[in-house]
Design a protein around this ligand. Structure first.
Ligand code: NAD
Length: 251
């Protein structure tokens, strides 16, 4: 007998859904019965994700998560298309602009903070506001941080700082939103194969892979499965938590 689907009819907003981990999250949530809003700055990537989803009333929507006006536009489109607020939101949109601290520019620092931290703030706030305004009885927001937000990483002062901020933001949102039945958790991936890590030199990837106790780099599906759990009622007593999805690296 097939397992019962965990998110039937639930509207799930996935930012960064046009690639990598976000794309795997969209596929996993759709298989759980969710209606998926695939949101990305890259409209072509979002459309490609949409095409691969099982049949359903899913949509691809363009957004720049770092821009409040763009996020407001996304929320209006969600309401227009689905006539319900997103009760599941997974913030996967993120960028890297790596450079050693001694050479890192102010522009690169600001750009990474803008997408990774401010973008997560804007979308979390907008989704929570819509849920509270609708009187909905619950919701689950999942923010994608990174293990490097806990341990730091060479060349990633901007990225590691942004991801540490994401974790602190999520923990605070969890405290403030609990009274509305809205949970907020963070997943901390380790090194996951995706277009983002395709930019990392192979010898660096090999070095990290050799350090992973479970003996391999992660796949986007490894993170997506944890997101599906955190999105569902199976995790109903979990909020403000950070779940490391690292194969044991740095834990
Ligand atoms: P990816 O580059 O494949 O996907 C990131 C997506 O975010 C892209 O589709 C991109 O277009 C989108 N995006 C970027 N800026 C945006 C913006 N301003 N507005 C909307 N969308 C935007 O990378 P990925 O590996 O799938 O990463 C997904 C998330 O996981 C990121 O937050 C990343 O920091 C985090 N993460 C990844 C790893 C890893 O090893 N791959 C490890 C830890 C954390």
């Amino acid at each position: 007998m097939a397992a019962a689907r965990r998110l039937p009819g639930v509207l799930a907003l996935v930012t960064g859904g046009g690639s990598g981990i976000g794309r795997a999250v969209c596929a996993r949530l759709a298989r759980e019965g969710a209606l998926v809003a695939v949101a990305d700055r890259d409209a072509a990537g979002a459309a490609e994700t949409l095409r691969a989803l099982p049949a359903g009333a899913h949509r691809a929507l363009e957004v720049d998560v770092g821009c409040a006006e763009s996020v407001a536009g996304l929320m209006a489109l969600l309401q227009a298309h689905f006539s319900q607020p997103a009760s599941v939101c997974i913030n996967c949109a993120g960028i890297t602009l790596d450079e050693f601290l001694l050479k890192q520019t102010e522009e690169a620092f600001d750009a990474v903070l803008r997408v990774n931290l401010k973008g997560t703030f804007l979308v979390t706030q907008a989704v929570a506001r819509a849920l509270v305004a609708s009187g909905a009885s619950g919701g689950s927001i999942i923010n994608v941080g990174s293990i490097v937000g806990k341990v730091g990483n060479l060349g990633q002062a901007n990225y590691a700082a942004s991801k540490a901020g994401v974790e602190a933001l999520s923990k605070t949102a969890a405290k403030e939103l609990a009274r509305y039945g809205i949970r907020c958790n963070t997943v901390l991936p380790g090194f996951i194969r995706s277009p983002m890590t395709d930019k990392v030199p192979q010898k660096v990837l090999d070095k990290f892979a050799a350090m992973v106790p479970l003996g391999r780099l992660g796949e986007p599906e490894d993170v997506a499965d944890v997101c599906a759990f955190l999105a569902s009622e199976d995790s109903r007593y979990i909020t403000g938590a950070s779940v490391e999805v690292t194969g044991g690296l740095f834990t």
